[in-house]
Design a protein around this ligand. Structure first.
Ligand code: F6R
Length: 617
């Protein structure tokens, strides 16, 4: 939530900041702002001739860009922010940067200051004037209090006073050759460029300028200069840390001719899946060195606990089905936000897996910390190298879907699912619980998955046609069983988050226990009914809703000549083995949600009220 960018170097910073903010807009998009240090050349004993110039705007980055088009922002040092409101409405006054009373200190912040009310009272008593309703505004005023000639020292004092989370970046017109920053629990990276250096909430924001990065850790403070960076630990000591290079390309962070990031990312799935399988599945051999677990440790596992939020939790639910089926190890899945507050039981020989595409979801992070404090060994599955979850886990399995910009998770979901398939198979093989012939069959089929997904994508126009017929319905029920259930839940989540239509996912057999009461002529039921071992059961469930006059859209498998008798609309995925329908059947549903939302004129990349990475509770 909220995106930050800062630049200091030899180039003018305005365009760098605006374009970085556009790449960060998925993190928050209700208001934005920029501040630079400008020199008016008038030096006297009270001034070095430098001052802060700031502009803020409610709305999108393009509104900010428009509002400053003719303003003089000629400067080589600046900061920018795109906001997702937590404290205070998304207005111009509440947008960042926030300034101190003197107007010399400008701050952008991503996070929440939990004790801001108490700090604000204290600062007001000292005579500070506040203009916004935000928690962030206490930061520039606190820095003003603590500043005695070195902003880094003021920042270190400030970190001792605040409770909560934050990536904080500060400009100080008294020091026009440095940017000061700090991090507590919100992501912050340093980009090392040829003609200047950067700070940002994530890498795609500055990928067009550099691929060399340094990750900032919690409680560290940063002094960023145009030709170098100093990192200080929580104890104030200078830390040496090498930069690392990422192989993400800038086109992977651009739309490349697609109308929206979401559509581009849906179409990138065959590639993301191949990349995620690469090196792990070779011929029929599976390799999971990154697990850091001996075969003996795997055989001793008595339970696996998976925690995740939203779409990632649906990948976890599919993983549960697969691991229990192939490796016969019991799996529990819980949403992170519940796990952390329930005084969880961490058993010996239980493996703890956290799934999070961003690696920054605060609830998942907190759940990991809770489990770790009770002795759990943590394996993270994430798409972002160097993310907080990756760093705090004992081992990391990276998905290689490339950066996902659309708020709605698509390609990272199928990459997570592929990891679940591979991991479940690997556990099955190590524990000896999977039949050798079956193992070979699954492995063989997995190799075909990227091509089969491509075949589905080639038929996107068919799904669009169905969406064109169904977009006016106001209630959608997604039904699936076993491998189809996580797909039903994910299909419903996709539809509701980008189209704002009421959609629910249910286990087919649950309909009779309540939800069937919703069914009437205004309802569309989406059935996930490939030819698997619950096919007949799903047909009965569909009969039940058909009898209540619902419109029926089914995702079936190729060669099913019966299904049209049960449905008004059908889309056929290539045939496969039953477990693998889990990944094939979600693709048409992602496209379906996309086209429904487009028919309704929604902004699919930035749906209302949502942000890409949820770094607040
Ligand atoms: C839905 C979506 C969210 C995320 C959830 C967890 O499309 O994107 O439901 O899946 O916020 O995010 P991560 O995986 O980054 O922990």
């Amino acid at each position: 939530m909220c995106g930050i960018i800062a630049y200091i170097g030899s180039r003018y910073c305005k365009d760098i900041i605006i374009s970085g903010l556009k790449r960060l807009e998925y993190r928050g998009y209700d208001s934005a702002g920029i501040a630079v240090i400008s020199s008016d050349g008038v030096h006297d004993k009270n001034s070095n001739g430098c001052r802060i110039i700031a502009a803020k705007q409610a709305g999108k980055i393009k509104d900010l860009e428009e509002s400053i088009r003719d303003m003089d922002f000629d400067s080589t040092i600046g900061i920018g922010h795109t906001r997702w409101a937590t404290h205070g409405a998304p207005t111009q006054i509440n947008a960042h940067p926030h300034l101190d009373c003197s107007g010399k200190i400008a701050v952008v912040h991503n996070g929440i200051i939990e004790n801001y009310a108490e700090l604000k009272d204290e600062l007001i008593r000292k005579g500070h004037k506040f203009v916004s309703e935000t928690d962030t505004e206490v930061l520039p005023h606190l820095l003003e209090e603590y500043y005695e000639g070195d902003m880094l020292l003021a920042m270190q004092k400030l970190l001792k006073r605040i409770k909560g989370s934050g990536a904080i970046v500060v400009l100080n017109s008294d020091s026009p050759d440095e940017i000061i920053a700090a991090r507590i629990a919100s992501p912050l990276i340093i980009g090392i460029g040829k003609d200047g250096n950067f700070l940002a909430s994530d890498m795609p924001a500055v990928l067009e300028h550099t691929r060399n990065f340094i990750i900032v850790n919690d409680f560290e403070t940063i002094r960023l200069k145009k030709d170098g960076v100093e990192i200080f630990g929580g104890d104030g000591r200078l830390i040496q840390r090498e930069s690392f290079k990422v192989n993400w390309s800038i086109t992977s962070a651009e739309k490349s001719g697609y109308e929206d990031f979401m559509l581009k990312e849906i179409f990138e799935q065959p590639f993301g899946i191949k990349e995620t399988m690469r090196g792990r599945l070779t011929g029929s051999e599976l390799q999971f060195d990154e697990l850091n677990m001996s075969e003996d440790q795997i055989r001793k596992l008595s339970k696996i606990q998976i925690i995740a939020c939203g779409t990632s939790s649906h990948a976890a639910l599919l993983g549960k089905q697969l691991i229990e089926r192939w490796a016969r190890i019991p799996v529990e899945v819980e949403v992170s936000s519940e796990y952390r507050y329930k005084n969880p039981i961490v058993e010996e020989n239980c493996l703890f897996i956290a799934i999070t595409q961003s690696g920054e979801t605060i609830d998942t992070l907190a759940a990991i910390r809770e489990a770790k404090s009770k002795g759990a060994k943590i394996v993270a599955i994430t798409n972002v190298v160097g993310s907080t979850v990756a760093r705090e886990s004992d081992s990391v399995i990276y998905t290689h879907a490339g950066p996902e910009i659309g708020v709605c998770a698509t390609k990272t979901f199928t990459a997570q699912i592929i990891v679940m398939y591979l991991l479940a198979l690997y556990f099955g093989k190590v524990t000896g619980k999977i039949d050798a012939q079956r193992y070979l069959k699954i492995v063989e089929e997995l190799e075909f998955i990227p091509n089969k997904i491509q075949l589905i994508l080639n038929e996107a126009a068919k799904i669009k046609k169905i969406a064109d017929h169904l977009y006016k319905y106001r209630t959608f029920l997604f039904l699936g069983r076993i491998f189809g259930l996580p797909v039903a839940l994910e299909g419903a989540l996709k539809l509701k988050e980008i189209s704002y239509i009421h959609a629910e996912g249910y286990a087919g057999g649950e309909m009779k226990h309540g939800p069937i009461a919703l069914t009437d002529t205004n309802t569309t039921v989406v059935g996930i009914i490939p030819k698997d071992f619950v096919y007949d059961k799903m047909l009965s469930n569909i009969e039940e809703v058909k009898a209540r006059h619902a419109t029926i859209f089914v995702i079936a498998s190729e060669g099913d000549t019966e299904i049209h008798k049960y449905s008004n609309y059908a889309f056929y995925v290539p045939s496969s083995i039953e477990e693998l329908y889990g990944i094939l059947t979600i693709i048409p549903l992602q496209l379906f949600s996309y086209y429904i939302a487009k028919n309704l004129g929604r902004n699919v990349d930035q749906p209302r009220n949502l942000a890409k990475s949820v770094t607040v509770e």
